[in-house]
Design a protein around this ligand. Sequence first.
Ligand SMILES: [Zn+2]
Length: 362
Amino acid sequence: MSPGTASGTSDSSSVGTTWNGTVPVRRKGHNEGEEKTEGEEEEERSSDEGFMGMTPLLQAHHAMEKMEEFVHKMWEGRWRVIPHDVLPDWLKDNDFLLHGHRPPMPSFRACFKSIFRIHTETGNIWTHLLGCLFFLCLGIVYMFRPNMSFVAPFQEKIVIGMFFLGAILCLSFSWLFHTVYCHSEGVSRVFSKLDYSGIAFLIMGSFVPWLYYSFYCSPQPCFIYLIVVCVLGLAAITVSQCDFFATPQYRGVRAGVFVGLGLSGVVPTLHFVITEGFLRATTMGQMGWLFLMAALYITGACLYAARIPERFFPGKCDIWFHSHQLFHILVVAGAFVHFHGVSNLQEFRYTAGAGCAEDGAL
Ligand SMILES: [Zn+2]
């Protein structure tokens, strides 16, 4: 009855799955290498007898439950990558990636095990998993810097901590989403919303230390810009909760929403350049690093929206160097460049001391 009792072989290579209508066969006992005890056989016999005594409806229900159990066991075994055209609709996202997709795997264990297999999501998972660990370590090291290297250690560590929190949330939601994306339609929907919200957290968290140091001596505009970016960020998170937002047709809209949120920084940038002058903005204000960061993020968003390079080489970038992977790498690079700019701003504040000029300038 149970698929696990078909054979007593202990050859793990015989646990196989195929797609395209071929039902995978698991030819192994559910507990590897274990022989069934008499008690277990007795239990199974009585379960079969019980099954025969059920009404047809109950039998069907029971059979469905057995089937579900079987599907779960099977995906924890071996699976093969499948082409894009046999994916269910909810897993169809980028039709320029022709092969190498994971099949639906309704088991979290199987999804997490797939991190170590090669498929279309491998690069997406690892770029942000390693990025997340990197920012976690960097954040811990930064938080343990001696207080004497700050003007207002407690306040500054919280402010810079907001950037690290945003970056770590964004990268962890992202690798988690790419890992469990193929679990089921419902799980993919929930995690895609977290993934998009994470981008808004990264942008909001990035604004905090930048505005804090850039408008150190003018707290009122600093506060207003912070409120504005938080309201816009929350609006982006709200839009991300709509089911249509995650669909392939809205790829361009998604890129636009987050680029727009990032570009809301143009107003405080202009404010800063007008009050401080171009020279001070590029030297003490770290505008060069901020422009590089914006260029990295915007390039990433454009590649993502236009699906470059795979649109020019369909089927050639299935596993490595497709647009989403490049976008992920550019996000990590952009976040690091931002951190570099912010730590330069922090150093400038430390050298300048806590005092402000009479005119409210840096
Ligand atoms: Zn992603």
